[in-house]
Ligand binder design. Structure first.
Ligand code: SAM
Length: 269
């Protein structure tokens, strides 16, 4: 199968643009808003979990900066919103390097415009399932030094990669390129918890995304944990998003707390 960038399409809702809408962004179209409003009716906790996911991503990036990581590869980076990876990284380390990857044309175009004049960050438009297209892209090669540790970010992406695309092999293919001391960060939708209403929301969300241009797949904590096998999981391991090294207790009681897992692990030295 061959994978490539997506065509611009305003007739079918896009996961990237619906996510932007959930986060309060303006880079979405009527079809996305109608779809997202329908999702809100059946799964009202979705905007909360998107926010918990973004704040997990930001804490994970700061953690990696603390560990000395100076370059990031962000797969399925989405439409830029407040607190993008390069903003967080370059605030602390002005020449920290970031390569964003997304196949969605709006995400690509807006990020491209935003990053104009930033010599240390770029976006490439590629399908992450085409590993060679990402890793061998001239802009990836120009900005990232694969002989040095990299922060590989796969946040809010694998829920869109179905079993037919073998997510475990995809993660392994990217992992195999990481130098010792690199970090792998993953977040994913979760539905293994006691609250039947939240579980029902996830089931309805999966059904609703059958109409969008990406489908949603739910995985267990063990399945997510398996993607980190052979790496050193950073404490607290695979955790609900707000429980992963929280900055404050603000998010601990969020109704959407059990809807997403996040974890970070280090490639052994
Ligand atoms: N990583 C960001 C975050 O966590 O805030 C954005 C996550 S957003 C939910 C998922 C993004 O993955 C969308 O922008 C979508 O276009 C992108 N995506 C999904 N499947 C992809 C693929 N096969 N190749 C490239 N991008 C993909």
């Amino acid at each position: 199968m061959s994978y490539g960038p997506k065509e611009f399409d305003v007739d079918i809702p896009s996961a990237a643009r619906a996510y932007d809408y959930f986060l309060g962004g303006a880079h979405n179209f009527a079809v996305d808003r109608a779809f997202a409003d329908q999702v809100l009716t059946i799964a009202p906790s979705v905007p909360q979990v998107t926010r918990l996911n973004r704040s997990f991503l930001q804490r994970a990036v700061r953690f990696q900066l603390d560990q000395g990581i100076r370059q990031f590869l962000d797969l399925g980076s989405g439409i830029p919103t407040v607190g993008n990876v390069h903003e967080i990284a370059q605030q602390r380390v002005p020449d920290a390097r970031v390569v964003y990857v997304d196949y969605e044309p709006v995400a690509y175009k807006y990020a491209k415009t935003l990053l104009e004049g930033n010599p240390h960050a770029t976006i490439i438009q590629a399908d992450v399932r085409d590993v060679a297209a990402v890793l061998e892209h001239p802009e990836t090669r120009a900005l990232l030094d694969f002989s040095q540790p990299i922060g590989l970010l796969i946040v809010g992406l694998l829920l869109f990669i179905g079993p037919q695309d073998r997510p475990e092999e995809l993660v392994a293919a990217y992992r195999s390129q990481l130098a010792p001391g690199s970090y792998l960060t993953i977040s994913h939708i979760a539905d293994e918890h006691a609250d039947p209403e939240l579980r029902a929301q996830v089931a309805r969300l999966v059904a609703a995304y059958a109409q969008a241009n990406e489908h949603v797949y739910v995985r267990t904590r063990d399945e997510i944990g398996a993607w980190f096998q052979g790496l050193e999981l950073v404490e607290p391991g695979v955790a609900f998003l707000p429980d992963w090294r929280p900055d404050s207790a603000d998010e601990a009681g969020d109704v959407a707390r059990p809807l997403g897992y996040g974890a970070v692990a280090r490639v052994p030295v």
